[in-house]
Ligand binder design. Structure first.
Ligand SMILES: O=c1ccn([C@@H]2O[C@H](COP(=O)(O)OP(=O)(O)O[C@H]3O[C@H](CO)[C@@H](O)[C@H](O)[C@H]3O)[C@@H](O)[C@H]2O)c(=O)[nH]1
Ligand SMILES: [Mn+2]
Length: 737
């Protein structure tokens, strides 16, 4: 007997997850890092020892180079931490199921959407359907859609989805369908062979297509017909006065899981489904996504109040129906579960082309850096695909006595009627509710920052919690990545601006996080928070050496000099390491090359504008707004994306910068070559500059093509061609001191 009990206990004590620090490449990496550091220091020594005298030309240019290299070096040093301690996490789902059976906690799922044209309702409800059909007891699930667009088309689509879910959920469970977003599922799968399955498959596909048709035709017509309006009381919320920016709070419970009639085709309960459009008034700032998440936190507390919250963006459908159980392995672990505030899955996309032309995947970031942050207990909250403990999200500080039992804490079944719940929730979703409260400061997501996710994650960590980054074999969520250059650069500008803003604010990890999070996490954060100032150093490095080349002023040691070695070594070693990492993460060589181009584009445009805007805002000149990333583009744009042709098309200022820099470096390179041909020889010390220009030219090949050779709509518009030619020519004339 005793033995048996002991066995049970041992079984109980087994951990639900494990953390492993990767050892294999650690030593190699450290050796590499030390050698690069020696190289960087040598470069600094060289720069400081060889500053041109006041009489020589190029003294200031030289000092500028020194500054840029100082910056690059410091940035490199503080950002080493994310590669120092890379960890992996493993979960044991079977143990969780064995131990807890059906006694699992309730989960509230938040989906955010903000604009029915940029985020089509059919896409939004596919995401909703995918999270409604998780392999998880439906009587423990509640799904909330926050519609910042306040659109009756989105409401209509959700109403349709609530009906379709009755067929879709049993179909998914019966055939273990993956992924459970109908949009993605039907796009990826063709009719099954088995005739019996095929029959059901065709039937459900037909239902799906009919639903899609109804949703889209309502949008096309531009109004909801009386027929449809009569189907649900919720439509009465929309009248001629309701606009996106100005409307009353709307909360509609479309499925109430307590209702005995809310069952699917197989007679199983359905998860609760709620539509929320928080109140919007022009005179009240709505705080973008952070505001909508905070409304959802409150509204859900009135309706289901689950202890665990999953939040996803409207394009991020669930790709793994077991993701909830896997995330719970962290929260439910006996030993360490109570310390965990959130479990972040990586952001992955389902529209990536083979060589990932806009470098959306960033494998090295997901497979190395974010795991490295996790190694310092500093896993970032990335805004989507994240499971939260409601209490830690709502501002609770972790304390030694906190046990955080997820099952007993919350009363998840309320007795109030649907009508009472809706009325109660409306108050919580009103503009004035937050006045004088800690919402947006100590509670919920933090306001006032363009990357509400990163800053919120940081504050949670500083309250003593230990978040987790979990990157399992099967991708848990898939979203839509930007598929034009413009969209991608604008997105990065927003991120970069938000991050730099954090660095300059009271939330700077070095001060705010001092003594609260590990030093490795503090510096790790700065890898991202300091993207913006990188742009200045890089721009200097791209402009001045080529101008000096045109003027015949050397800024680097000659190839024959010993001082050339540290430059060559740092450059070669860093790229070799980058390639090795990319290949180890499963990228192609071409994808790595594309990522270098995007690295360069982002730093010279997005980060520059982010830098300027952050500084002007800091001085109080401007306000920043969250520009939503478009998720749909025209067909011919999409075609070029799929071919891997870079899309310019618009006359954005960013493209003028890109084109100007490419031309300037081309001029520099040509001038350098001509100098050699006309017999000035190598001895002048310009070889490295010629080489630098050459690298820039090669990376810019698609830009020259778009400037001069292409004739499709994605080429660089002629106004930009003209502007950049003028600017580059003027730059050649800039005198150098
Ligand atoms: O006023 C707003 C603006 C946006 N959103 C939603 O926020 C999500 C993210 O917006 P998106 O335009 O797709 O931005 P991304 O650049 O793709 O978002 C990344 O970066 C954001 C921070 O800048 C994070 O919030 C996101 O989770 C993360 O995916 C979308 O579901 C939007 O519907 C709102 O709900 N209200
Ligand atoms: Mn997005």
């Amino acid at each position: 007997m005793g033995g048996h009990v002991g066995g049970e206990e041992a079984h109980e004590a087994q951990p639900l997850f494990e953390t492993e620090v990767s050892k294999g490449t650690k030593l190699a990496y450290r050796v590499y890092a030390v050698t690069v550091l020696i190289g960087i220091c040598s470069i600094w020594v060289y720069r400081s020892m060889n500053i041109p005298t006041a009489e020589e030309k190029g003294r200031w240019a030289w000092i500028g180079m020194f500054m840029a290299e100082l910056w690059f070096g410091f940035y490199w040093i503080i950002t080493q931490s994310v590669r120092w301690n890379v960890t992996h996490r493993y979960t044991f789902k079977d143990r969780l199921i064995n131990r807890y059976g059906d006694k699992l906690p309730a989960v509230d799922i938040f989906v955010c959407t903000a604009d029915p044209t940029m985020e089509p309702p059919t896409m939004v409800i596919s995401t909703v359907l995918s999270v409604m059909s998780y392999n998880y007891p439906p009587d423990k699930l509640s799904v909330y859609l926050s519609d910042d667009g306040g659109s009756e088309f989105t409401f209509h689509a959700l109403l349709e989805a609530s009906r379709f879910s009755k067929h879709w959920i049993p179909f998914c469970k019966k055939f273990s369908v993956e992924p459970r977003s109908p949009l993605a599922y039907f796009a990826q799968n063709s009719k099954p062979e088995d005739p019996k399955v095929a029959k059901e498959w065709l039937a459900i596909k037909k239902l799906y297509e009919e639903m899609k048709c109804r949703i889209e035709s309502a949008i096309e017509k531009g109004c909801i017909s009386k027929d449809i309006r009569d189907q649900h009381k919720g439509f009465s919320e929309w009248n001629s006065e309701v606009t996106k920016q100005d409307h009353q709070p709307i909360v509609q419970i479309l499925i109430d899981r307590r209702n005995p009639d809310a069952v699917d085709d197989d007679g199983h309960q359905l998860p609760t489904l709620v539509y929320v459009a928080r109140e919007k008034r022009p005179q009240f700032p709505h705080n973008f996504k952070a505001g909508s998440m905070n409304s959802l936190i409150r509204v859900s507390s009135e309706i289901s109040n689950a202890p665990i919250i999953l939040n996803v963006d409207c394009d991020m459908y669930s790709n793994n129906s077991d993701a909830i159980k896997e995330a719970l392995c962290f929260f439910m672990d006996k030993e360490r579960g109570h310390m965990i505030s959130y479990v972040q899955y990586p952001q992955s996309y389902d529209n990536i082309t083979k060589n990932d032309i806009y470098s959306n995947v960033s494998s090295a970031v997901h497979k190395i850096e974010l795991r490295g942050m996790d190694g310092w207990d500093g896993a970032l909250f990335c805004g989507t695909g994240c499971f939260h403990r409601r209490e830690s999200l709502c501002g609770l500080k972790f304390s030694k006595n906190y046990r955080g039992e997820l099952n007993s804490l919350f009363n998840t079944t309320k007795d109030s009627s649907v009508h009472d719940m809706e009325q109660g929730s409306k108050v919580l979703a009103s503009c004035s509710y937050e006045k004088g409260t800690q919402w947006g400061k100590e509670m919920g997501l933090v306001y006032g920052c363009l990357v509400e996710d990163i800053i919120t994650g940081l504050t949670i960590q500083c309250r003593g919690w230990k978040p987790v980054y979990y990157n399992p074999e099967r991708t848990a969520f898939l979203g839509v990545a930007p598929n034009t250059l413009d969209i991608s650069l604008v997105q990065h500008k927003r991120w970069c601006e938000g991050m730099f803003q954090i660095f300059l604010s009271k939330y700077c990890p070095f001060t705010y996080g001092y003594d609260k999070i590990k030093l490795g996490a503090q510096t790790g954060y700065c890898l991202y928070l300091l993207w913006a100032p990188n742009s200045i150093a890089l721009l200097y490095y791209l402009i001045i050496p080529s101008i000096c080349l045109l003027h015949g002023i050397p800024l680097f040691p000659e190839v024959s000099s010993l001082w050339f070695l540290p430059f060559a070594y740092v450059y070669a070693a860093r790229n070799a390491c980058g390639i090795a990492e990319a290949l180890a993460c499963g990228d192609t060589l071409k994808a790595w090359w594309n990522s270098q181009r995007m690295w360069y584009f982002r730093r010279t445009t997005s980060y520059l504008f982010a830098f300027i805007d952050t500084i002007t805002r800091q001085l109080g000149f401007s306000q920043s707004a969250f520009s939503i990333t478009a998720k749909v583009v025209d067909d011919d744009v999409l075609e070029r994306y799929e071919e891997g042709t870079m899309e310019f098309g618009t006359s954005s200022v960013m493209f003028t910068i890109i084109a100007t820099l490419s031309l300037l470096n081309f001029f520099g390179f040509t001038a350098g070559i001509l100098k050699i041909i006309w017999g000035y020889g190598f001895a002048e010390g310009l070889t490295v500059q010629i080489g630098l220009c050459l690298v820039v030219v090669v990376i810019n090949l698609p830009v020259y093509q778009a400037l001069f050779l292409r004739d499709d709509n994605g080429r660089i518009p002629s106004s930009v061609v003209f502007k950049s030619l003028v600017l580059a020519s003027l730059a050649c004339l800039i005198p150098v001191y």
